[in-house]
Design a protein around this ligand. Structure first.
Ligand SMILES: Nc1ncnc2c1ncn2[C@@H]1O[C@H](COP(=O)(O)OP(=O)(O)OP(=O)(O)O)[C@@H](O)[C@H]1O
Ligand code: SF4
Ligand SMILES: [Mg+2]
Length: 373
């Protein structure tokens, strides 16, 4: 894959990142595991079941993509993993997050903050929310570097310039003196990536890092992230609602729906043999990348569930073209499709005999493709 590197104010950069990173990467074992993560918001309207029992493992050096429609719980899950959401004040949390042997969920805010930046870094959707509008770019970078590394201010300033160059920003010596509003959206996101990578984290959590950007810049930023991730052999959790984005940029995919993982598999396997009808629907919801422009974007019929009163049984049942009586009353557990790496939640999986029969029965009964009886 070639990585485009040419939006406004962007130049090719030399490799100043990652010195000393490779030896810190352990063998292919799990770097971070999240077990049975639950986040509920107690509101006047009722309890919002934002994340319900999500378990995943991110392995050293891999890209794990978390994909799902808006409101499926991706951000809340990511923020809980990062320790940015804790219990109290109407928020209920359960489950364990373990990073390289340390239970992050048992640490105090102060202890946890030692991991932020130095081990685990976060990139958000809108760079303006992570950049301070009244501080120069250089100052924001050096602050993070000095906080986590034993270097002088002068060394940190030099490193700031090198970092900006390594994320492809031209004239880094001038950029360090500029304020965020003086840069384009793409350039600002490159700055947040530079800040995130400034302490050589082993894990990068990127929550929809490009949705605030226009399409060409989106691809450039994603390619930059992919390039940095493979160069630094950093693990990355890449959150997106767009399956197309992660097809060539992830090793594994976890599909989220209504606060749950509904399918997880190695990326090629997920695209070749999706089991969960929601995964299939997400795939059909995006046009082929090289397809003609007039192809209509097929949205998934129906609405995502209300997380205060989700449907009993399978949460996708009101929208599922395969749904049968059992789906309305019994929630399917995660089960394996051949290996522990491919798991899905469905009674009548795509491509199976029972799935084919279920879909045919619905067609016979005159159900619409949306699964509405
Ligand atoms: N503080 C809160 N109080 C109540 N409900 C909340 C709160 N924060 C998030 N939610 C709800 O939790 C659910 C999951 O939200 P989340 O932001 O994780 O979705 P998402 O998958 O990241 O969506 P998007 O793709 O739009 O970013 C949503 O229904 C949201 O409305
Ligand atoms: S077939 Fe049933 S269990 Fe499977 S996704 Fe559809 S509604 Fe859910
Ligand atoms: Mg989100």
């Amino acid at each position: 894959m070639t990585h485009a590197r040419s939006d406004e104010g962007v130049a090719g950069g030399e490799d100043v990142l990652g010195a000393g990173v490779l030896e810190r990467i352990p063998d292919g074992s799990d770097l971070l595991t999240a077990e049975d993560i639950v986040v509920r918001f107690h509101t006047k309207r009722g309890v919002v079941h934002a994340v319900e029992g999500v378990s995943i493992a991110i392995r050293a050096g891999e890209v794990l993509a978390v994909v799902g429609e808006s409101g499926s719980g991706k951000t809340i899950f990511t923020r809980r993993v990062m320790g940015l959401i804790s219990g109290g004040n109407g928020t209920e949390v359960h489950g364990t997050v373990t990073y390289d042997g340390t239970k992050l969920t048992e640490l105090s805010g102060k202890e946890l903050s030692k991991f932020w930046g130095a081990e685990i870094a976060l990139i958000l959707q809108d760079p303006m929310t992570s950049l301070n509008p009244v501080k120069r770019i250089g100052e924001q970078l050096t602050e993070t570097i000095v906080l986590h590394k034993r270097v002088t201010k002068k060394e940190a300033q030099q490193r700031a310039v090198e970092l900006l160059r390594s994320v492809g920003l031209s004239e880094p010596e001038r950029r360090v003196r500029q304020y965020p509003h003086e840069l384009s959206g793409g350039m600002r996101q490159r700055v947040t990536i530079a800040i995130a990578l400034s302490c050589n984290p082993r894990l990068l959590l990127a929550d929809e890092p490009t949705t605030a950007l226009d399409v060409t810049v989106q691809a450039q930023i994603l390619d930059l992230l992919a390039d940095l991730q493979s160069r630094l052999r950093m693990a990355m959790l890449l959150v997106t609602h767009d399956l197309r984005v992660v097809r060539s940029r992830s090793d594994r995919i976890a599909v989220m729906y209504a606060g749950r993982i509904v399918e997880t598999a190695p990326t090629p396997e997920l695209f070749a043999e999706p089991k969960m009808p929601y995964t299939e629907a997400l795939m059909n919801a995006v046009p082929p990348i090289a397809g003609p422009n007039h192809i209509r974007l097929q949205v998934i019929p129906g609405r995502p569930p209300d997380l205060v009163n989700p449907p009993t049984g399978c949460k996708f049942s009101p929208r599922c073209p395969y749904a049968q009586e059992k789906c309305l009353t019994e929630e399917p557990p995660l089960r394996e499709a051949g290996s522990a790496d491919h798991q899905y939640r469905c009674w009548y999986p795509v491509g199976s005999e029972e799935g084919l029969k279920a879909k045919a029965r619905n067609v016979e009964r005159g159900r619409s493709a949306a699964g509405t009886p």
